[in-house]
Structures are given as structure tokens and as C-alpha cells.
Design a protein around this ligand. Sequence first.
Ligand code: NAD
Ligand code: UDP
Length: 387
Amino acid sequence: MAGGIRLDLDGRPVAPLKICMIGAGGFIGSHLCEALMWETHHTVIAIDVSGDKIEHLLKEGSPWSDRISFHAFNIRHDSRLETFIRVADLTINLAAICTPADYNTRPLDTIHSNFVDALPVVRMCADYNKRLIHFSTCEVYGKTLANFLPRDSLARQDPRYFVLKEDQTPYIYGPVELQRWSYACAKQLIERVIYGESMENGLQFTIVRPFNWIGPRMDFIPGIDGPSDGVPRVLACFSTNLLRGEPLKLVDGGRSQRTFVYIKDAIKAVMLMIENPERANGHIFNVGNPKNEATIRELAEMMVDVYSRVSGEPIPETPMLDISSQAFYGEGYDDSDRRIPDMVIIQRQLGWEPQTPLPDLLEITLKHQYLTYAAAVKASMAAERAD
Ligand code: NAD
Ligand code: UDP
């Protein structure tokens, strides 16, 4: 496919683009780089502090090796950023601290990463008249209105109180003491700056709000390819528990609800944004799968079941246990109760719809986790016992 003629949604050929991708070595960035190398003729200037997750794309002699270059640096301290934004047609900014365990324990780093460090990127795109695709988050919506209605209120079933619409839903956060919301506030403020730059200075932008994209290469397994005291997002936390044969920990009973979308479905939405600027510019897009809703307890039950099938290991006697958010995350944690994306805008502008049901995406992901990590986790546990 790479090198062939690509058409946009209106049947016009898509010219080859030079893309400056910041945060290209992360979970989403690695899948986006794969799609861009394997399916298109576009060129990527990949920036990240670490390139481990895209190492397989950087091998010399691969058919796309002249279309991707990796630059290991921190955008906070490096003047190369400006050069790369200036020579590119499009900048995609994925760089962020985006793990909830950091929001309440490292609120300053969280705000700096999601707002202060993103600000010069927005400014440079506006100054050099370059298009920007900026990654925000579904977390900007905070809690739902339904969460504040009486338990027995029928209005709790009314989608107007819980479906999250880009251009209508108000944002509801907790007080400053609940520092969980430092991330949402920082992302919201950078969205408002981008919107202001567009209105006042003509910046061409698209904002993406991912709703729990999951799949292989998400985060890390503590002690194997990340710090042993690190706390990744829920998929990697539960994967770690399964690989170690430990109970999955349900924070505050696992009552919160999420919708999960398969990373490869979500990447198709981003590709449509990249190649259809006339349809994507000036828009904020929810990208999620409203059909894949589960409580965290239900997610845990499914993962226990699927993991037992893919690993051939029996389901442990105590597969899950409850833990308070205070014990798991510490002071200042709070939670989004429910996240259902409204899909009207993305369907209207880009005709995108996610395809993969939750059981299928868990099967693919847990097979990957087992094949990638099971042997290393066993060896690490044996070494722990020997110490
Ligand atoms: P990730 O942590 O895997 O990727 C972020 C990457 O940015 C990392 O590789 C990190 O090294 C890099 N980075 C951070 N600061 C940097 C800096 N100063 N200089 C250079 N590189 C830097 O996270 P992800 O899941 O791939 O998320 C990407 C974006 O999408 C983030 O902006 C995040 O807020 C947003 N998002 C993702 C999800 C999801 O479901 N995965 C949900 C909501 C929002
Ligand atoms: N969670 C959990 N156990 C874990 C990790 C997370 O119960 O080991 C919960 C967390 O409290 C939240 C949900 O899972 O309600 C999703 O957490 P994640 O870290 O994926 O990020 P979020 O969706 O909140 O941004």
C-alpha cells in the first residue's frame, strides 16, 4: 500500500505529507507510526524521550526507512523542536503525562507536561502557519450530570445526563484539594488556547479526545519494562496482576464505568483526520466506542476469564479484591464515573465507526501480554523469591 495513490473521503488524491510527531514513542504514537509507515506514503519526524516502542520501525533496510527518522529529546529543553515544526506540513502532539497515578501525586509535573510544555507547540504552529492535531482527553468532561442526581431518579437513565457531547456537555470537576483534576484542567486550558489561536490568529487545528484506547504496547509492566513501583493505567495494572497470578485490585469496588476502544480502530480515525484536513480542521472529536461499556469490575471479570483461556492457567481462587482509592492512589484521588462518547460529529465529518467488540480486543491484547511478558515475569518472580 505504501507509495500507492491514496484518496481522501471526497475522492481527491492525498499528497505526501511531512509529519512532526511529538510523543511518537508512546502507546498511541507507536501504532500511528506503524499505520503511517505500512499503509501510506507520508514521512514522519518522530520525537520522544524514548523510542523503544518504535524500534521495529527504525531498522535500516526496511521499505519505509527513508520515511521515518527518530529524534530522542525532551521537547521542554530542545531547540530542534522549532526546526522540525517549521519544516513539517503537520504537527501531531501526543506528549503528555497521562497516568492517573501521577495526577494527584505529581500535579505540577502533570500540569507542566499537559499545558506549559504544549503551549510553545501551539504557538509555533500558529506562527509558522502549520496545521496541528492535538491530543486532549475525554477526562476534560470530568464527572457526568447523572452522577449528581438522586440514586432513585429516573433522569439517571436519560442520555442527556451522561452522554458526552463535544459542543454541549459542561465540564464537572472536584475541588482543588482533589488533585486528580490537575490533568483535566491542564488539557482543558490548552484546548481553549488552541481554540483562541484559531479564532484570533487563524491556526488550523484538530483536537482529539480519546476515550480509553487500549491494546498491545499500552504503558508498561512494573519491574519488567518500567519502574517496579510504577502504577500504569488499568489495562497494564490488571495485566501485571494476571501475569503474576495475583488478585486484580478493584479501586473503590470497581464501580466506575468506561467505554474501551481498540487502538487499531482508533488509529483509523486519526488517519482520516490526517488525510481529510478540510473535514477535520476546526473540530474537536470524541474518539471512543460507546458499545464497549463496562464497569471496572466487569472489565476485571472478563480479563480474568480471557487470560485463563489464552495462558492455559487456571483461574485463581481469589481473582479480585477491593481496595480503597486512598490506599491505591493516595490523597487527592477522585474519579470519572462514566464516559460514553457522543459519536455524531465524528460520524458526520469523517464517517468513522469503531468495529472491535470488547471481548475480541481483550483476547488480542492479552495474547500479546502473555507472549511478550509471561516468561520475564516468571523469571523476575523466581529472582524475588531467591533474594
Ligand atoms: P504514552 O504515555 O504512551 O505516550 C506519551 C509519550 O509522550 C511517551 O512516549 C513520552 O515519553 C512522550 N513524552 C512525554 N513528555 C515528553 C517530552 N517533554 N518530550 C518528549 N516526549 C515526551 O500515552 P498515550 O496513551 O500514547 O497518550 C498519547 C496522548 O493521548 C496523550 O496526550 C494523552 O493525554 C492522550 N490520551 C490518551 C488516552 C488513551 O486512551 N491512551 C486517553 C486520553 C488521552
Ligand atoms: N483501576 C482499578 N484498578 C487498577 C487500576 C485502575 O480499579 O489496578 C480503576 C481506576 O480507579 C479507574 C479505572 O480503573 O476507575 C480506569 O483507570 P485508568 O488508570 O485506566 O484511567 P482513567 O480511565 O481513569 O483515565
